[in-house]
Design a protein around this ligand. Sequence first.
Ligand SMILES: Nc1nc2c(c(=O)[nH]1)N[C@H]1C(S)=C(S)[C@@H](COP(=O)(O)O)O[C@H]1N2
Ligand SMILES: [Mo]
Length: 320
Amino acid sequence: MLIKKPSDIKASEITDEKHYKDRRKFMQVGLGLAGAAAIPGLWLPGPVHAAREKLQGVQPSQYSSTEKPTSYKDITTYNNFYEFGTSKTDPAKYAHTLKPEPWSIAIEGEVAKPGNYHLEDMIKASTLEERIYRFRCVEAWGMVIPWVGLSLGDMLKRFEPTSRAKYVEFTTLYDLKQMPGQRRSVLNWPYVEGLGINEAMHPLSIMAVGLYGEVLPNQNGAPLRLVVPWKYGFKNIKSIVKIRFTETMPRSTWAASAPREYGFYANVNPAVNHPRWSQAKERIIGSGSIFARRKKTLMFNGYAEQVAHLYAGMDLRKNF
Ligand SMILES: Nc1nc2c(c(=O)[nH]1)N[C@H]1C(S)=C(S)[C@@H](COP(=O)(O)O)O[C@H]1N2
Ligand SMILES: [Mo]
């Protein structure tokens, strides 16, 4: 868990924390009296709908950024999760319909051990780490997020990929009841993303199951979502139900919907602009709306030293 000095904590954040704790107390009492089924609705609309549960045994990581994380409030109320609506504030309002427990993941394709696996078992078999990572959306805004996650490579190796596994494809839940935004055809559902196997196996790639030391809120992709910090935000697919190992390049949702704008690689690259806007700078979320700070976007989002070798000899203008 991240330890903050009191002087780092804004007054607004302290208020939020207290509010959440009070709500959590109420929630626990409510559960005892009426059971979980009676609770939804009581909290609506609001940023967090379930009790905030601390994750145990979280280790620090050598890969963490030393920058100051964005506030919990900004990370959980400024989201992209089109399954719950297309505005940044929609996921926090509407993602309470998602039921992240129990959850299982189908493992398919080029692996020796395909099957359906319970998320709990996967987590128990792994080390949980806090990974404070820069986050960069293709829309030219950024945050610093203290994820809790497990190494994606370690997790994938347990299913024993075959030598034909060149890519890994990830698929989000498709369920009109839990994800009402899927009734609107803003994207082809379910949401799909993919990585090269070498990208998936890179030590920076994680499956996040939490943030700020606690269980991942629904709006951030509960119960597990991909985090690949050198790639634009849209690669970081949420609420994953299927992982498929393939020989051919997966057809990712954004690349399929607008191939000129969103490539398969989606590596953060200030030198390659989106066709409709520059990628040279980013707006820092939470730095104040009037004089919102902008900073220069870094190659591979600042992780060039660790990942540039994956793309040696590639034309990154063509493979964007
Ligand atoms: N299933 C799914 N995953 C998704 C998205 C989405 O709409 N649906 N949006 C993506 C985009 S564009 C971004 S910027 C990040 C936002 O993650 P955050 O809301 O946790 O900050 O999630 C990505 N993963
Ligand atoms: Mo994004």
